[in-house]
Write a protein that binds this ligand. Structure first.
Ligand SMILES: *[C@@H]1O[C@H](CO)[C@@H](O)[C@H](O)[C@H]1NC(C)=O
Ligand SMILES: *[C@@H]1O[C@H](CO)[C@@H](O)[C@H](O)[C@H]1NC(C)=O
Length: 405
């Protein structure tokens, strides 16, 4: 019944429901209730903390109902949640005999008629306002003075994200509540045995609630009610929009080396791949949270891919320049070795069927003189394609391994 009497009064159906419940549960006449209200609240003192023994703080039991997780913003570092907090305490100024009022055990009254604790979100990014703000709320008071009120609000709290594993990240955020201005001498907060209730929780499509807990502790002379929420991001959107194209770019880039130098297109193609990836990067940059502490691994992955693409352009240009070099110009030893490997393999394959006794050394020696720049380029192309595929596969695997541990 409590949750219905206290969640925002604005919703008419909840109000009507609360009236119906009120009558069903109690069963006394409205005259009884009016009489009770007049007797109790005409001279009720509600400005002072309703404590019986002021050598001890008033004990308030707190319980949070998590209603929604509206938004998590990595850039603004905020978490928007819809919550309701139930507070229960003992109002020493109120008590009556139920038998004198048609067995009325409790009464629902406007919160302005009784003393209520003013809970404030300590890590709010907006103003410090008591929860519930200016809403008209209802409190329930029992015949022995036990009082309950539920306040609800949509809160924006500060939450520093850790986007290292974005989009496979999960974030832990805290909501810190205090009774503004009341030290531990006046008010002691006690967490309910079940401090966080998610029966009224509406799931968010982008974030799943992984775990939650609530506790109270003493903090610089004040009792704080702390809620920890761990939420996990649904990574599908970012995988499709960001990771998949990046992997595709990475895998298609080394194909540049498959294109013959004579076609004259290969430098153009490699620059096209680099440019289109750069444009893609500027578009998806909006989707990847910008933060340098720590930086998102996905962004590092993308930048390594683009750097590799740049290196591939440089190598493609270099190989093309080798290809058109003057056949008479001198070849250095490394290139000569690379070219001879190509030559050697070709020759061996050609020679092998004829005679199996030909020694490798002789073949190499006899062909060394005929190494052309084309041989060097062909061999370099094969090597570079294999090497770049190895590097790209390694980077992709590394990314997914780091992200999944
Ligand atoms: C008030 O609390 C103090 C400390 O616990 C205790 O010593 C004292 O007896 C209490 N007074 C009354 C009237 O209960
Ligand atoms: C008042 O009554 C309620 C329900 O009967 C009970 O849970 C609560 O502990 C009582 N409070 C006191 C101070 O006796």
């Amino acid at each position: 019944m409590h949750i219905f009497t206290a969640v925002r009064f604005k919703l008419p159906f909840i109000f009507i429901l609360s009236c119906i419940l009120f009558h069903v549960v109690n069963g006394q006449t409205s005259t009884n209730i009016k009489q009770l209200y007049t007797d109790i609240f005409t001279s009720h003192q509600k400005s002072v903390i309703p404590n019986f023994n002021f050598s001890q703080p008033l004990e308030i039991t707190v319980k949070l109902f998590l209603l929604t997780i509206t938004r998590f913003d990595e850039v603004d570092e905020t978490l928007d949640t819809g919550v309701a907090i139930q507070t229960t305490w003992n109002d020493d100024g109120i008590s009556w005999k139920p038998s004198s009022y048609g067995n009325a055990e409790s009464i629902v009254v406007p919160h302005t008629d009784i003393w209520t604790p003013k809970l404030v979100l300590l890590n709010s990014i907006e103003t410090y306002e008591p929860l519930g703000g200016d809403n008209d709320l209802l409190g329930t008071v029992r015949h022995n003075g036990s009082s309950t009120i539920i306040v609800g609000d949509v809160l924006s709290s500060k939450c520093t994200p850790n986007i290292y594993k974005f989009p496979f990240d999960s974030q832990t955020c805290q909501l810190l509540f205090v009774v503004w201005g009341s030290t531990i001498n006046d008010i002691h907060l006690k967490a309910d045995p079940d401090p966080v209730d998610i029966n009224f929780f509406k799931p968010n499509s982008d974030w799943t609630l992984q775990s939650y807990q609530g506790e109270t502790y003493l903090w610089h002379g004040y009792d704080v009610f702390e809620i920890s929420l761990t939420i996990k991001r649904a990574p599908l959107y970012y995988n499709i929009v960001v990771s998949c194209p990046t992997i595709l770019f990475g895998l298609s880039n080394p194909l540049v080396f498959l294109l013959p130098v004579e076609s004259g297109e290969r430098v153009g193609l490699s620059i096209t791949v680099l440019l289109s990836y750069a444009i893609f990067l500027t578009i998806v940059q909006m989707a990847v949270p910008a933060s340098s502490n720590p930086m998102s691994l996905l962004l590092v992955f993308m930048i390594v891919t683009i750097a590799l693409s740049g290196i591939i352009v440089a190598v493609a240009i270099y190989i093309s320049s080798l290809y058109y070099r003057d056949p008479q110009s001198k070849m250095n030893n490394i290139l000569k070795y690379i070219g001879s490997r190509r030559h050697g393999i070709k020759r061996l394959i050609a020679v092998d069927p004829e005679s199996e006794t030909i020694e490798k050394g002789n073949v190499k020696y006899s062909t060394e003189m005929n190494i052309t720049w084309k041989d060097v380029c062909d061999e370099l192309d094969t090597c570079m394609m294999v090497i770049s595929y190895c590097i790209i596969t390694f980077i992709i695997c590394l990314y997914f391994i780091i992200v999944s541990v």
